[in-house]
Design a protein around this ligand. Structure first.
Ligand code: HEC
Ligand code: HEC
Length: 558
């Protein structure tokens, strides 16, 4: 027994000695941190692979907001000839417009797993069994003592379908996670209904699970995003905390649920899109406004996700303490993420190197000081002799040692929102333990531009449909546009402007769907800023149309 303990002890310290990452405030980023724990190649590959699995299948087991999966399936999959089915659907119409599970997932915006290995993705998915791929990316089944439960993980917001290629770490352009909570709250009153008990033949465990979920929604403050594509996690955390006591564990009481503290985010808009993961390795401050100034960003994400689900924070703390390995693996995977490459999707001949090199000059002159330096293959000594594919790669990316936050006049709603609950967050015991501190900022982080071609629509609030619009004076930018899925490279993507085709080029079917309409007049959706002193000097454009097109050609290669 004693010797076993000793062996365990050595194994434990051996895993610690790998490399302890320093997460304190302003620790300088002196090297690219793709391999955050500085593991040797084989352990690194293994760790990242494990971490991607954690990103796909949510590991937290202490949430009470779980949906009993079997009754849900029965609900949608009863035989079409079954007379009971009609009753279910008649009743269901009251609460749900859906006719099948795939319809639910389609609405949620989660993506099916690919069935073959996709060479174009920079972040290979782990090998999974057919069973594991049955539900879409991010949807997770958890085995509990009360039966099988459905929940959602990181990939629900942080994976996308890019022309048929599934890219983990890319923003989901159409997530409906927040609305899902709101639908859930609408459904809650039906838990004890006849349908639930008799028709769906629920077990006692399943009814218990549903009751627990219903109960916990008391401490969930859900909010609908202003437009599809943005996310209200920020408001959800603020409004959920406002429904808890103001103590180190934000204790959940009936009193606090009934009398939430007033919070401006119940009306003020602070929506933003889920960020891409491959920028994290360059930064030491997290979120679009750089307001999280210390701590491991993955820890913070678990904390935020769970506050938004109404979870008991003592239980979360216990879970975090015993799940170090999973958290470490996910951290390794997030930091190791890479951007998709333009040439893998459009072919290397779609890039004009001479033009891109001209664009690089404009970039160095007007963009580099904020967005970082990109050294290209063609910059190397004898770089001209390299193959075209090698010439267009980034050889070295140099970003700020301390992540800057700059106000370039873009919509302030998102960064102002942080003020409304920073203090509540910082006072939590769990934030102190994780050293995850929030400091509200004025402005946003100029993000590294790796894979910018795939990150449309642009800015934290999606207010700019493509790079031609971004390089246009704010007053002359499109005031509205239609969004749509990236299915067809020719129809759904403007290869000259890198982003949504707008105006006449908009695919007709996008115009039929009101939820795809983006209107910059709405609160939080302004497309102002990022023009004067960048490519406009004293009100005048500094680049001709041709020069802007060269700049975009260079951006294609990042
Ligand atoms: C409901 C959607 C949603 C889910 C689920 C979600 N995120 Fe996010 N995530 C966001 C949004 C939105 C942002 C950006 C917010 C902002 O900065 O304004 C973000 C930002 C991040 C960032 C910061 C990136 C940066 O550049 O600073 C990281 C890292 C991250 N998420 C990781 C995760 C991990 C890990 C999980 C799973 C534990 C997760 N997220 C689950 C929506 C989500
Ligand atoms: C003074 C600093 C600064 C300069 C110079 C600058 N930018 Fe930016 N840029 C920012 C900031 C800050 C943001 C984030 C704005 C937001 O999301 O609201 C941004 C955002 C962007 C985005 C959107 C990123 C995304 O993920 O949506 C692109 C693209 C971009 N800049 C391109 C450029 C180009 C091209 C140039 C040179 C012509 C340039 N920027 C010059 C500060 C700068």
């Amino acid at each position: 027994m004693k010797s076993l303990k000793l062996v365990q002890y050595f194994l434990f310290t051996a895993s610690l000695s790998a490399f302890a990452q320093d997460w304190s405030r302003d620790v300088e980023v002196n090297y690219p941190r793709e391999n955050i724990y500085q593991l040797e190649q084989r352990s690194f590959d293994r760790k990242v692979n494990e971490g991607r699995k954690v990103a796909l299948f949510y590991p937290v087991t202490v949430s009470e907001l779980l949906i009993p999966y079997r009754p849900l399936k029965t609900f949608f999959e009863s035989s079409p000839n079954d007379p009971v089915r009609k009753i279910i659907f008649d009743l269901a119409r009251v609460v749900s417009p859906f006719k099948s599970m795939p319809e639910v997932f389609e609405w949620l915006g989660v993506h099916e797993f690919p069935w073959t290995t996709q060479e174009e993705t920079p972040n290979q998915l782990p090998e999974l069994s057919a069973d594991e791929k049955e539900l879409p990316m991010g949807a997770t089944l958890i085995k509990t003592e009360n039966g099988e439960a459905l929940t959602f993980g990181c990939a629900a917001c942080h994976a996308a379908d890019l022309f048929g290629v599934k890219v983990l770490g890319l923003t989901n352009r159409f997530p409906r996670a927040n609305e899902f909570f709101r639908q859930g709250q609408k459904l809650a009153p039906y838990v004890n209904s006849f349908v639930f008990k008799e028709i769906l033949k629920t077990t006692e465990g399943e009814r218990l699970m549903m009751l627990k979920a219903k109960n916990v929604t008391k401490w969930v403050g859900a909010k609908q995003p202003v437009v599809l594509g943005l996310d209200t996690s920020l408001a959800q955390v603020a409004l959920s905390l406002a429904k808890r006591e103001k103590d180190p564990y934000a204790t959940r009481t009936f009193k606090s649920a009934l009398n939430p503290r007033p919070n401006k985010l119940s009306t003020a808009v602070a929506d933003s899109k889920p960020a891409v993961w491959w920028n994290v390795k360059y930064k030491n401050r997290w979120l679009s406004d750089g307001s999280i100034v210390s701590g491991n960003p993955v820890h913070t994400n678990f904390l935020w996700n769970e506050i938004g689900r109404g979870t008991d924070l003592k239980k979360l703390e216990e879970w975090m303490n015993k799940s170090q390995d999973e958290i470490e693996a996910l951290t390794a995977a997030v930091f190791a993420s890479r951007a998709p490459r333009y040439e893998k999707f459009f072919g290397v001949d779609s890039i004009n190197i001479q033009k891109a090199k001209k664009g690089q000059k404009h970039y160095v002159q007007s963009c580099q000081k904020c967005h970082g330096t990109y050294e290209k293959g063609w910059d190397l000594l004898y770089g001209d002799l390299l193959s075209k594919t090698k010439q267009i790669q980034n050889i070295k990316v140099i970003y700020h040692k301390k992540t800057p936050v700059i106000d370039v006049g873009t919509d302030p709603g998102r960064y102002l929102g942080m003020k409304e609950f920073a203090q509540d967050l910082n006072e939590l015991q769990i934030s102190k333990q994780l050293n995850a501190m929030v400091e509200p900022q004025k402005g946003y982080v100029p993000p590294p531009l790796d894979g910018i071609w795939a990150r449309w629509p642009y800015f934290h609030n999606n207010s700019i449909p493509n790079l031609c619009a971004l390089l246009t004076k704010a007053e002359e930018r499109p005031k509205t546009y239609y969004a749509g899925k990236a299915i067809d490279k020719e129809r759904d993507y403007d290869q000259e402007c890198l982003g949504y085709p707008i105006g006449e080029k908009t695919p007709d079917e996008w115009k039929e769907n009101l939820s795809l309409f983006y209107d910059t007049k709405k609160e939080g959706l302004s497309n102002a800023g990022h023009d004067e002193r960048i490519f406009i000097k004293d009100g005048k454009e500094i680049y001709s149309g041709q020069e802007k097109s060269e700049l975009i050609e260079f951006l294609k290669t990042l």
